[in-house]
Write a protein that binds this ligand. Structure first.
Ligand code: C5P
Length: 304
C-alpha cells in the first residue's frame, strides 16, 4: 500500500484499446517448484483489439461486457486488476468497466490478460500517475503471467513464467493471418498434459531472434516454434489441420499461439493474409474466427 499521490479526477470515460498477441516462439525449460513452467517466449501484439471504457464511480467496482460467456465479477481479470490497483494506490473510489470483446476467449491470444493490462494502464492514469512502471509490472504479474507483457506491447522476449519482459528492438511489421477454431482451451490442462521435456528445441533461440529482427517474413516464417504443440489436448487435431491449410495456401510459416487453439501464419504481405483469410472462410468450418492483419511495432499501439 502506498500513500495516495496526485489523484486526477477524470470526469469523462477513458477508452483503451487492448491488443491480442501471438507467440512467435515458445520454449519450455521444465516445471518449477511453484507449479508453473519456466518458459522462454517471444510475444508479439497484433492489430486485433478489445476495447475497454472506464469511468470513475463513487465506491464499487462494477463491470459489464457484450460477451455473455464472461463473468463480470471478481472472477474477471479486469475486475481483479482494478481492485489490485486501487489497493496499491490507496484510493477509496470505484470504477465502472465496460468491455467490448472482439478477441476470441480462451484461445491463446491473451485477450483476458490484455484487457486486465488495459484496466491497469487506464486506472494508473486516473488514480496513480506517479506510480512507477516497475510497481505496475509487479501488480500485473500477481494477477497473471502474461499481463506485464501487455503493459509494454510490441515485440518482447518474456521469461520466468512469462512475467519477465525484455522489449526487443522494433523490426518491421509482419502480415499475419490468425484463425481460431471454436474450441475453448484451458491453459492449465495443456501444461499438465505435456510429455516430459526431451530434445532441445529444433529452433535455436539466437536464430529465432535474428529472424524476427531481420524484417524478412520468409525467415521469420521458417523459424516459428511452439513447444506447447506437443500437448495431448483434444484441440490438437484441428490445430494441425489449420496449420497445414495455412501452409498449403501460401503462408510462409504457421504455428499455434500460446496453448491454442488459435493458429497463425506469417504471410508475404497484407493482401496475401486477406486472400488466405477468404479461403479459410470459404473452405473450412463456419465456426472459425478469422483475422487478417499486421503485427504492431513500436509504441504506437501500446497505449490508447
Ligand atoms: O498465470 P496465468 O494465470 O495466466 O496461468 C494460467 C495457468 O497456466 C497456470 O495456473 C498454470 O497451470 C499454467 N502456466 C504454467 N506455466 C506458465 C504459465 C502458465 O504452467 N509459465
Amino acid at each position: 500500500m502506498r500513500p495516495p499521490s496526485r489523484i486526477v479526477t477524470v470526469k469523462h470515460p477513458i477508452a483503451i484499446r487492448c491488443p491480442a498477441k501471438v507467440n512467435l516462439y515458445l520454449d519450455l525449460k521444465g516445471k518449477r517448484d511453484d507449479g508453473y513452467h519456466e518458459i522462454r517466449t517471444v510475444m508479439q501484439t497484433v492489430d486485433l483489439y478489445d476495447e475497454i471504457i472506464i469511468k470513475e464511480s463513487p465506491r464499487e467496482i462494477s463491470m459489464e461486457c457484450d460477451h455473455a460467456g464472461l463473468p463480470t465479477d471478481e472472477r474477471n481479470l479486469c475486475w481483479r486488476a482494478a481492485d489490485a490497483l486501487r489497493h496499491a494506490a490507496g484510493v477509496q473510489r470505484g470504477v465502472r468497466i465496460h468491455l467490448v470483446k472482439r478477441i476470441p476467449i480462451a484461445a491463446g491470444l491473451g485477450g483476458g490478460s490484455s484487457d486486465a493490462a488495459g484496466v491497469l494502464r487506464g486506472l494508473r492514469e486516473m488514480w496513480a500517475p506517479d506510480m512507477s512502471s516497475r510497481e505496475l509490472d509487479e501488480i500485473a504479474a500477481k494477477i497473471g503471467s502474461d499481463i506485464p507483457f501487455f503493459l509494454h506491447g510490441g515485440t518482447a522476449f518474456c521469461t520466468g513464467r512469462g512475467e519477465t519482459v525484455r522489449a526487443l528492438p522494433d523490426a518491421a511489421a509482419y502480415a499475419v493471418i490468425v484463425v481460431t477454431p471454436p474450441i475453448a482451451v484451458a491453459t492449465p490442462e495443456v501444461y499438465a498434459s505435456l510429455d516430459p521435456l526431451g530434445a532441445p528445441p529444433p529452433v535455436r533461440e539466437e536464430d529465432f531472434l535474428r529472424a524476427v529482427a531481420s524484417g524478412d517474413p520468409r525467415k521469420l516464417g521458417q523459424e516459428l516454434y511452439n513447444r506447447l504443440e506437443a500437448n495431448r489436448g483434444r484441440h490438437m487435431g484441428e490445430v494441425k489441420k489449420l496449420k497445414l491449410f495455412l501452409m498449403g495456401h501460401g503462408a510462409l510459416g504457421a504455428s499455434m499461439s500460446g496453448s491454442g487453439p488459435s493458429v497463425f501464419g506469417i504471410t508475404k504481405n497484407l493482401d496475401e493474409a486477406q486472400r488466405i483469410g477468404r479461403a479459410i472462410r470459404k473452405e473450412t468450418g463456419a465456426g472459425n474466427f478469422v483475422h487478417a492483419g499486421m503485427t504492431n511495432i513500436a509504441a504506437a499501439d501500446r497505449m490508447r
